[in-house]
Design a protein around this ligand. Structure first.
Ligand code: PLP
Length: 468
């Protein structure tokens, strides 16, 4: 008996040896393919080829009776490793975003007067009733202890009521997780959905936090590059191609940070249909929906089978520092995300949640005022940009503009640092959002005067740059 066991164990070790030798051989071939592609100037990533590799392995699995799901996982890992040996890795782009932010903060703390067009923070104050609710929760009711990781029942019910009223839905509180800002919802949503055995799809340009979370999850990242000259339109064929190659999670930021684009209703419908047909989850980050200057359709109002909806009190109610937001999804996904809260942040402080309940009662007139103010800033910035050598598309929503400098080989990161040093204006470099070295992001969170004067100085700097 023990002899038989030893023989089987020996066999396993021998099989492992053979598997590893074959994997090594596969990687050597992949490296050679990489070299050939480089020499022939071919794109390093070819989703059609990847799909045929996956199909081939699934066919083999069927023939030999191996679980297709398992084969898919193994082949996805092998493909990712092949890309690594070809030098294709994801480094994460948040360093570009937070680099300028940290530098600007440091300069401000030394007393320098800057125009901060890099911060994604509206300068609106939250309604006084919100602060009063927090004060009362803290001082009168001593709401200072631990609470449920899911969020207090009262707030989850208030969110459910609000969402159901706004979108004519029947979301129940067990589909809601209260999070420390929308950012944690994004983090938990991504980390509970993808891993190294599957893939995540980003629409470029994107908020770099999505990519950083995907890197943490060790998932394969696919990107669909969109361009200003095509009005940031998403090519549905490319979505189809990526889904074919096995996307598990698609991220849609709508309205978009940084372009301000709103996905038109018919396009969103087509994307949702494709996602449903391919069992893809959509993480819909709609934290800027309050600033929609064109008709806006939420993922909640579509027939999407599997979504994670991200919302926040930050931009909507001027509550960035309060750290409160929420996610909506299926009870199963919410349970998984709740576990992430339990083992990390524990809970959103109860007095903050009490304040959030008050924020939900904010009258529509106040929110409309915020939105109108942002729209006015868009008009002001557009007027300045129209008279400049920059190209841009007027945003449909959100609080940013993502213009392009029409100078070849322009390096937006170098420009942003020089602009900060010489003109005392902070902007976010285009590289933070994908392969956009000629773009930069202007935030409209600040005052009209700052936006006008900031763009004025930017243009001055570009003219100087042009002259060499
Ligand atoms: N989603 C996007 C696209 C953002 O730009 C931000 C903040 O800048 C967030 C989510 C998260 O904001 P918060 O964590 O303050 O809710």
């Amino acid at each position: 008996m023990s002899n038989n066991l030893e023989i089987s164990r020996k066999k396993i070790r021998e099989l492992d040896r053979k598997i590893l030798i074959l994997i090594n051989e596969r990687l050597n071939v992949a490296e050679r393919i990489g070299d050939t592609k480089k020499k022939s100037n071919l794109s390093p990533i070819n989703l059609k080829v990847e799909k045929s590799v996956l199909d081939n392995s699934l066919q083999i699995s069927k023939t030999i009776g191996l679980s297709e799901e398992f084969s898919k996982k193994i082949i996805n890992i092998l493909i990712s490793q092949s890309l690594k040996v070809q030098g294709i890795t994801s480094e994460g782009r948040s360093k570009y975003l937070y680099g300028v932010f940290e530098k600007a903060k440091e300069m401000t703390s030394k007393g320098e007067k800057l125009i901060r067009l890099e911060i994604g923070e509206p300068n609106f104050l939250c309604p006084p009733s919100v602060k009063e609710a927090a004060r009362k929760a803290l001082t009168t009711n001593e709401k200072t202890g631990y609470v449920s990781a899911a969020g207090i029942k009262e707030l989850r019910e208030a969110v459910a009521n609000k969402v159901n009223q706004t979108h004519e839905l029947e979301i129940s509180p067990n589909q809601i997780l209260i999070t420390p800002g929308g950012k944690f919802g994004v983090f938990a949503g991504i980390l509970t959905t993808v891993s190294e055995v599957n893939r995540l799809l980003l629409i470029e340009p994107y908020w770099p936090v999505y990519e950083e979370c995907a890197i943490l999850a060790r998932t394969r990242i696919d990107r669909i590059h969109t361009v200003l000259d095509n009005s940031w339109k998403i090519d549905l064929e490319k979505i189809k191609e990526a889904f074919n190659a096995g996307t598990k999670l698609l991220i849609l930021c709508n309205p978009s940070n940084p372009t301000g684009n709103i996905i038109p209703e018919d396009e969103l419908k087509s994307i949702v249909e494709l996602a449903n047909d391919n069992n893809v989850t959509i993480l819909a980050d709609e934290v800027y929906d309050v600033y929609a200057f064109k008709p806006f359709k939420s993922i909640l109002e579509t027939s999407c089978n599997d979504f994670i909806y991200i919302q926040s009190f930050s931009k909507r109610y001027g509550m960035t520092g309060w750290r409160v937001g929420y996610a909506i999804s299926s009870p199963t996904t919410i349970k998984k995300m709740q576990k992430m809260m339990q083992i990390s942040a524990t809970c959103v402080p109860e007095f903050v949640q009490k304040a959030a309940i008050k924020a939900l009662e904010t009258d529509d007139a106040t929110l409309t005022k915020f939105s109108k103010t942002m729209k006015k800033r868009v008009e002001i910035a557009s007027k300045e940009l129209n008279d400049s050598p920059l190209s841009y598309k007027k945003p449909d929503g959100g609080m940013y503009i993502f213009p392009r400098v029409n100078i070849e080989k322009f390096n937006s990161q170098d420009f942003a640092l020089k602009l900060l040093a010489e003109q005392k204006v902070a902007v976010s470099p285009g590289q933070a959002f994908g392969d956009y070295p000629r773009h930069f992001r202007i935030s409209l969170g600040g005052s009209e005067e700052d936006i006008k004067e900031g763009i004025h100085r930017i243009v001055k700097m570009i003219e100087k740059w042009q002259d060499g």
